[in-house]
Design a protein around this ligand. Structure first.
Ligand code: RAM
Length: 527
């Protein structure tokens, strides 16, 4: 009996998805492992004058650790001198009348000083306490060489001797880490003669990307350790300008294609273990931006064959999302859907989301042409024209020379950035809007580097090179000046206590979406 067409379609769809999953798995990279040893013993000194609340004071070379005999209650803190993602090994010996009890150690790993200086409990964050990187281990037999089984993201390590027995003390030695990444050799630094701050920003960007490049582009190696579309797109762009690992991008694009929701919407994130599967969250703007990620990849790698292979996935996103465009030509996401755009609180996302969809349609149209889907390309063209005029009619405030969003006609950085990137405004209008918003006291500011990226991108698009550069120096440069080795998930220069999760200790301090200054600085358009 012949299958009904819908069932046949579903069957073919599943077969295709399995192929994509197999293709993704075949591209799974081998990680490179680099030994890293600690540089110094340090102590953290509370310093309200510093953004991160703690100052790091070296007290001795790291090798001195093995000169200390440690008893219950003793602790040491080590600085590895750089952020790393990897595994820890150390040796522990016992000395005294007799080793007559287990040794209990507590290890705490920190990306930033506060994580090894402040108690984790009582924990007040909204995300799982289990993300905080502390372990208690009991060692029954000494001497022993311990290989910690978990992977950590850290620069600092505190080791506390919780308990021995009155009859013995312990000595630590051979403390070392194996740092892992799928990034290849570091790209050449920015040429000498480039202002030092920009060279430092670039270095930190590259280190951020390196440590997030694992068997997928992770969002943050401390948390959430998974692949998100919005983060991946920005990592991939920076990767094209630095490590140029095209296969990792291809693997990630396939992973999203392989596990869509039943109706074909791509998931916002993917998990790799115990076997690849989709996350349970869907973000409307991330699904739209999948189109941009596919086309960016093809442009950078020249592998249009893969992009065309993924065209049905892009087409499906556009089909689903265009269903949300109302009769008035405005994109209106379903009430219960997650539209991300940024972490800023109280942001009205209507104009920005409309802009993201319009922006993504442009990429989808380009891919449709490549795939020979001229009908869809023409449809997208019409839809883009309708969305553009609806945006001008609904979001443009001629008097204030900005874009507004929502019933309260809210002015935000997000709306200006996305209206600019969507091409709704002329270059002059966009320039005026991007400058005006910066001078408006009550405009809703970006809440995280993800939106700052699109602010810089919008400025570059309309030729505001000086402004773009100044923003990078101020914002990412601010993190560097505050001691960042890798760029953070959230940063508000005016609010060191900002966290989307109710606690700064659970913030990721090596975060994918913050790595893009290297992309801008190496674009040839900024310097
Ligand atoms: C958080 C992560 C991730 C981001 C999502 C939307 O869980 O920070 O980077 O993409 O939110």
């Amino acid at each position: 009996m012949l299958a009904a067409p819908a069932a046949l379609d579903a069957f073919q769809g599943q077969a295709q998805e399995q192929k994509w999953m197999a293709a993704a798995e075949a591209l799974k990279p081998q990680l490179r492992r680099t030994p890293v040893t600690p540089v110094s013993l340090v102590r953290m000194v509370a310093d309200p004058g510093t953004f991160l609340r703690w100052r790091v004071e070296p007290t001795a070379p790291a090798a001195e650790v093995s000169k200390q005999l440690m008893r219950g209650g003793d602790a040491v803190t080590l600085d590895f001198g750089r952020h790393l993602v990897g595994y820890l090994t150390f040796t522990i010996t016992g000395e005294g009348r007799g080793i007559d009890a287990p040794t209990r150690l507590k290890l705490t790993f920190g990306e930033v000083p506060a994580e090894v200086a402040e108690p984790f409990d009582p924990y007040t964050g909204t995300l799982s306490r289990a993300w905080l990187q502390d372990e208690v281990i009991n060692i029954d037999v000494l001497p022993a060489t311990i290989e910690m089984p978990r992977r950590y993201a850290f620069r600092f390590l505190k080791i506390e001797t919780v308990a021995t027995s009155p009859n013995f003390a312990v000595r630590l030695s051979g403390i070392r880490a194996g740092a892992v990444t799928s990034a290849g050799n570091a790209p050449a630094e920015l040429p000498p003669g480039t202002p030092e701050l920009l060279r430092r920003i670039d270095r930190v960007s590259v280190a951020t990307l390196r440590d997030c490049m694992q068997t997928v582009f992770e969002d943050g190696p401390k948390r959430d350790r998974r692949l998100w579309i919005g983060d991946m797109r920005l990592q991939a762009l920076t990767n094209y300008a630095t490590f140029r690992n095209f296969d990792l991008v291809k693997r990630c694009l396939y992973l999203f294609a392989a596990f869509p929701r039943e109706d074909g919407l791509v998931a916002a994130c993917e998990f790799e273990e115990p076997q690849p599967h989709r996350g349970h969250e869907y973000i409307i703007d991330y699904a739209a931006l999948y189109a941009a990620a596919v086309v960016d990849y093809a442009e950078a790698s020249n592998d249009w064959a893969t992009a065309v292979e993924l065209w049905p996935v892009v087409r499906r996103q556009m089909e689903i999302l265009s269903g949300y465009v109302g009769k008035d030509g405005i994109f209106a996401a379903p009430a219960n859907a997650w539209v991300f755009i940024d972490w800023s609180q109280n942001l009205d996302k209507t104009a920005a989301m409309h802009g993201v969809f319009l922006y993504s349609l442009r990429y989808a149209q380009q891919l449709a042409e490549k795939a020979g889907a001229h009908e869809e390309a023409a449809q997208y063209g019409k839809l883009m024209a309708a969305l553009t005029s609806a945006a001008r009619a609904n979001f443009r405030d001629e008097k204030q020379r900005v874009f507004v969003s929502g019933p309260k006609r809210q002015v935000s950085f997000a709306s200006q950035a996305w209206m600019t990137l969507a091409g709704v405004a002329s270059d002059d209008e966009a320039m005026a809007a991007l400058r005006t918003v910066a001078s408006m006291q009550d405009a809703v500011k970006p809440g995280a580097p993800y939106l700052y990226h699109y602010m810089v991108d919008a400025m570059m698009r309309v030729g505001m090179k000086q402004d773009a550069r100044a923003l990078i120096e101020r914002y990412w440069g601010g993190m560097v000046r505050a001691g960042a080795d890798t760029f953070w998930e959230v940063y508000d220069p005016e609010n060191p206590h900002l966290s989307p999760y109710g606690n700064t200790l659970v913030v990721s301090y090596c975060h994918a979406w913050s790595c893009t200054p290297a992309y801008f600085l190496r674009s040839g358009k900024l310097l």
